[in-house]
Ligand binder design. Structure first.
Ligand SMILES: C[S@@+](CC[C@H](N)C(=O)[O-])C[C@H]1O[C@@H](n2cnc3c(N)ncnc32)[C@H](O)[C@@H]1O
Length: 285
């Protein structure tokens, strides 16, 4: 069995798949990240005051904020979603895909497209977000800047409209609305094969791990989008330390040594493989 890291390193292709499946997934991927509309696409500076012409290299790496694209995750990290889903499917790891922190929904839409293209009917896509941006910092583990970011506030209605525009809003898609601390304890997902974490903050990361780690099935994969953001990095290692988790962390894209969240730093995405059960304790209360 190839590891995810091997698959990513080798820039996986799936020779056995139908050309139509490949063509469909390529179109959905390139559309959600704004690349297929590259003549129109633009990048938004984080101060929201400047709009720049599309930089294709940055968009591929997911290093900018797209003006029109519906995921900020670029081409490469979307491929990681496909490879990860195929990995759990091929290895018979049971469970669903859940993304926590979806913004305009494009990554989760792509996950749903993958299940559809592969004719998988017994796995679901869970879409968890406040649908009103990031929360105010509740502890000294976070700073408050994120909650003021208007660009990150996308309503449930807009995300559902985006799913609908790909004809992918169906009974294999479920929404968990609310700040993770409130919503995830009531999220009905029971078995998770792939947990995609993209909530930026310490508390958002910790709330996801606290509520969902035990649902990730043995052999399942946790994708951490924000490993280069110091707060997220600290939460991952605090959680692992507190629970004695020593499963491999695989850095699948980006420069592991750089952990500053600047647009100039290549984003790092890691996968944690879940091999064992752990006992959870309530760490935030
Ligand atoms: C960086 S964006 C996610 C990007 C997205 N994965 C994509 O494909 O473009 C962060 C998202 O996390 C959500 N978020 C962060 N912390 C949260 C929390 N504690 N509870 C609920 N949503 C949260 C925000 O509302 C925002 O939509």
């Amino acid at each position: 069995m190839n590891s995810i890291a091997d698959i990513v390193k080798n820039n996986a292709t799936f020779p056995e798949e139908s050309p139509l499946v490949r063509a469909y997934l390529d179109v959905v991927r390139d559309t959600v990240c704004g690349l297929s509309l590259r003549t129109q696409e633009q990048s938004v500076e984080t101060d929201l005051k400047h709009i720049r012409p599309l930089n294709i290299d940055k968009r591929m790496k997911g290093l900018d904020w797209p003006r029109f694209g519906i995921t900020m995750v670029g081409f490469h990290r979307l491929n990681n979603i496909e490879w990860t889903l195929r990995f759990v499917i091929n290895n018979g790891v049971p469970g669903d895909f859940i993304e926590c922190g979806v913004w305009r929904g494009g990554s989760s839409i792509f996950a749903r497209a993958i299940l559809k293209a592969l004719n998988i009917k017994d796995r679901h896509v869970w879409v968890a977000d406040s649908f009103q941006g990031l929360p105010k910092a509740r502890t000294s583990n976070d700073v408050d800047d994120w909650s003021k970011q208007e660009y990150l506030k996308v309503s449930l209605d807009e995300v559902q409209t985006n799913f609908r525009s790909f004809n992918l809003l169906d009974n294999q898609v479920h929404f968990c609305k609310g700040y993770f601390v409130d919503s995830l304890p009531h999220c009905n997902v029971s078995q998770i094969a792939v947990l995609r974490m993209d909530g930026d903050m310490y508390e958002s990361t910790m709330d996801q791990l606290f509520n969902l780690y035990a649902k990730v099935q043995i052999g399942g994969v946790i994708i951490v989008d924000d490993y280069n953001i110091p707060e997220c990095h600290r939460a991952i290692h605090d959680f692992r330390g507190w629970h004695g988790i020593s499963e491999d962390i695989q850095v699948v894209s980006g420069d592991h040594s750089q952990r500053r969240a600047t647009t100039e730093t290549q984003l790092v995405e890691i996968h944690i493989f879940v091999l064992a059960r752990i006992i959870l304790v309530d760490i935030l209360k």
